[in-house]
Design a protein around this ligand. Structure first.
Ligand SMILES: Cc1ncc(COP(=O)(O)O)c(C=O)c1O
Length: 360
């Protein structure tokens, strides 16, 4: 922070440079998809010297997959840049922005970086981190420009259903505000849910091929918004990234053409892993969590208190890592990644059990 304005993400820095371990239950994405399993020749990726602004082929594929028009799609480097671009187009200094708590820290940091005035609404552990629309309505004012949340919720994977989102749109409309939803985990809902962009022009939604598709390195992200707003974001991006790496865009097109193959048996693995996690939590009196039904991460509460202590012990003694809850402003919780191969998850959970027993 400087002068009250966030200028870095301590969480991202920690996430990138934490010590490697054998059982990394810190991960929030599924195992990477090997691009060399696609019918691909290097000539397919050759650059032709032309510039491809707003690369139509990729926009059309994203639009087709998410049931919108290409005019509603804005490309960006990952959900990260999609979030920043959307926020930069929607808020400025002094605007009031309501941000969920707990949340993905870079979202909060970006709002603060843009000079907006942040107010928080709570998603309570006791309520399964559900959206409390009445609580949000009680905080909204005529100065509220934006409401920011993740769906599925990071860190808990709680799903906000369409009724709650429609009620939230009413709250936003009364303030002439919009709702930014980071949907990077939504395609791992069970069963899959459609983007909130279909629920009204208040919604601006971001996503990427990172978490659910195992293609984080492609940095293929996007924003879905109404066409006039999408156009503003494209124009704003001329100040930031201008264009995306074209080879990555072409690889992303290939991935979109075979998205079922890219997903493979990941949904089956996630189902199995959620069941293993639920059985693990149910067997322990010192942990509490809503049953994992959706998503790639879970966020149990530990009766032992500060989970920095747990994470440190787990790492030192058991070569295993979880994300301590302090990164989500809830130190007595921790985040467990369920997107790892099932045998690795099982061994990681065994180690977690041993660490919890040591500290009991
Ligand atoms: C809610 C949320 N949004 C965005 C990202 C980053 O996504 P990407 O790799 O597509 O930039 C993450 C990664 O942890 C995330 O949890």
């Amino acid at each position: 922070m400087t002068g009250g304005r966030t200028i870095q993400s301590d969480y991202m820095h920690w996430a990138k440079f934490k010590p490697p371990v054998r059982f990394p239950l810190t991960s929030s994405e599924v195992p990477y998809f090997r691009l060399d399993s696609l019918p691909l020749e290097i000539a397919d990726l050759d650059l032709d010297g032309a510039s491809h602004p707003r690369y139509a082929a990729l926009r059309e594929r994203i639009a087709a997959r998410y049931g919108v028009t290409p005019e509603q799609v804005v490309g960006a480097d990952g959900t990260s840049m999609a979030n920043f671009l959307a926020l930069a187009a929607l808020v400025g200094p002094g605007d009031e922005v309501l941000v969920e708590r707990p949340t993905y820290e870079p979202l909060l940091g970006a709002v603060s970086f843009l000079g907006a005035e942040v107010r928080r609404f709570d998603r309570r552990s006791e309520d399964g981190f559900a959206l409390d629309v009445d609580h949000i309505a009680s905080l909204a004012s005529e100065r509220t420009r934006l409401i920011v949340l993740t769906n599925l919720h990071n860190p808990s994977s709680s799903l906000a259903g369409e009724d709650a989102l429609r009620a939230l749109a009413d709250v936003a409309r009364r303030s002439h505000a919009r709702v930014l939803i980071d949907e990077v985990y939504l395609d791992s809902a069970v069963p899959p849910r459609r983007s909130a962009v279909h629920l009204g022009s208040e919604f601006v939604c971001t996503n990427s091929l990172t978490k659910v598709y195992g293609l984080s390195g492609l940095r293929c992200g996007w924003i879905l918004a109404e066409p006039e707003l999408a156009e503003r974001m494209w124009r704003l991006n001329d100040l930031f990234g201008v264009n995306q790496a074209h080879q990555a865009e072409r690889l992303a097109c290939l991935a979109f053409d075979r998205l079922d193959e890219v997903l493979g048996d990941t949904p089956v693995m996630l189902d199995r892993n959620r069941a293993a996690f639920n059985a693990f939590v149910n067997a322990r009196a010192d942990l509490g969590a809503m049953p994992a039904e959706h998503g790639i991460v879970a966020f149990p509460r530990w009766a032992g208190g500060d989970t920095d202590r747990l994470a440190a012990h787990l790492c030192e003694r058991y070569d295993t890592a979880v994300v301590p809850g302090r990164w989500f402003e809830m130190p007595d919780h921790f985040r467990v990644g369920l997107g790892v191969p099932s045998d690795l998850l099982e061994q990681g959970l065994e180690r977690l059990a041993a660490a919890l027993d040591d500290l009991a």
